[in-house]
Design a protein around this ligand. Structure first.
Ligand code: PLP
Length: 385
């Protein structure tokens, strides 16, 4: 089976991990800060904290921004459940904003309309989480302007988007947000097996997320209530978690960061080939907004269902039978049983529902060869006849 995504590991990656394995520290050694520095150097934010997943990153980002019971977090329904679950972990409530029909990202017009209504009802969100779906950046300038007007905070879920750019600058510089989150799961752009990172320009948020990452414990005298009792001393000053990344994972991360630009360039080359190979088929190819340079984590096409005899489900089944590991990103979060019982109405998210009825993620990862791509498109054109 050709998977929809997979990691790209070379001998340097293996050697980097083995070196840590043979060193003094498997975790909490010098490699995690090195990885954080390499991400900062790439994206240009002031601070970074590596954690054990993007899910953990979203959780501590929400807590640091003060999200709690009685508060609202808004995100897009077309995302992985983690973008919404982070609010529930904090005891807050979630709502969704419909997507833009061209980019499939959270729609700024829909956001503005919903904000105007929420203001009247006194239910404005504390946090909005735009998700750079497939790696394509959201309209951050407009979302940021709305944040200024309506007083919410922004966490960019850039799980798909490291290595991409917005208005010519790296995603993750936090120019239009408070915090940006990355994921390093093996299907994403770079990997540490499990892993994630928060980046921010705020030293206050950085300090507070640093405590939350590791039990709320500090060894920094400035954060203590009184002078240390002795050289062994630390203080727990908040209720945190064990969300730390290991040095083994960070070594893989540092090594993968060396190839980040190449990975994204390869993804663009694959997308360009798909553009040509798919041009005659009854599918809508992904539209790229000129303000962005996508990380191209995913390559999502939409079936022009009104022109087709077979259903989306039949097309999926045939492709999988033919060894093409297509997938669907994502099932609208508000339709998941855990969320449905909160009373969401699909008619409030017509663009997301339409997208869900048509979307297919084709295989997209640096190791995908031209021959494999041709196999994917042959299988697809066979089933679309
Ligand atoms: C993968 C992903 C996450 C979660 O990442 P983990 O590192 O697996 O916790 C969150 N949001 C989006 C949009 C993702 O794709």
């Amino acid at each position: 089976m050709i998977p929809y995504g997979r990691q790209s590991i070379n001998q340097e990656d293996v050697d980097a991990v083995v070196r840590v394995l043979q060193s003094d520290y498997l975790t909490q050694g010098p490699t995690v800060p090195l990885f954080e520095d390499s991400v900062i150097a790439h994206c240009g934010a002031r601070h970074a904290l590596a954690v054990n997943s993007a899910t953990s990153a979203l959780h501590i980002a929400c807590l640091a921004l003060g999200l709690g019971p009685g508060d609202w977090l808004w995100t897009t329904p077309i995302t992985f459940v983690a973008s919404a679950n982070c609010a529930l972990y904090c005891g807050a409530q979630v709502s969704f904003v419909d997507i833009d029909p061209l980019t499939y990202n959270l729609c700024p017009d829909a956001l503005e309309q919903k904000l105007l209504r929420a203001k009247i009802e006194n239910r404005l969100p504390k946090i909005v989480v735009p998700v750079h779906l497939c790696g394509q950046p959201c309209d951050m300038q407009r979302i940021h302007a709305l944040a200024q007007k309506f007083g919410f905070k922004i966490i960019e879920d850039a799980s798909h988007a490291i290595g991409g750019k917005y208005l010519g600058e790296p995603i993750g510089n936090c120019r239009f947000s408070d915090i940006t989150v990355f994921s390093f799961h093996p299907v994403k752009i770079i990997t540490t097996a499990e892993g994630g990172m928060v980046v921010t320009n705020s030293s206050e948020l950085f300090e507070s997320m640093g405590l939350l990452r590791s039990h709320g414990i500090t060894r920094d005298v400035r954060q203590m209530s009184h002078a240390p009792d002795g050289p062994w001393y630390y203080q727990q000053v908040a209720l945190g978690f064990n969300y730390r990344m290991t040095d083994l994972q960070a070594a893989l991360g540092v090594s993968q960061m060396h190839r980040l630009e190449g990975f994204v360039a390869q993804r663009h080359a694959i997308a360009n080939r798909y553009e040509q190979l798919l041009s005659e088929l009854p599918v809508t190819r992904p539209w790229q907004h000129p303000d962005g340079y996508s990380g191209l984590h995913l390559y999502v096409i939409r079936l022009q269902t009104e022109r087709l005899m077979s259903s989306q489900r039949e097309i999926f089944e045939v492709l999988r039978d033919k060894g093409v590991g297509v997938n669907l990103h994502y099932i609208p979060v508000h339709t998941q049983p855990y969320y449905a019982r909160m009373g969401f109405l699909s008619e409030d998210y017509p663009q997301a529902m339409r997208y869900y009825a048509q979307a297919i993620s084709l295989p997209m990862y640096p190791g995908l060869t031209q021959a494999m791509q041709e196999q994917v498109v042959d299988a697809l054109s066979g089933v679309l006849q």
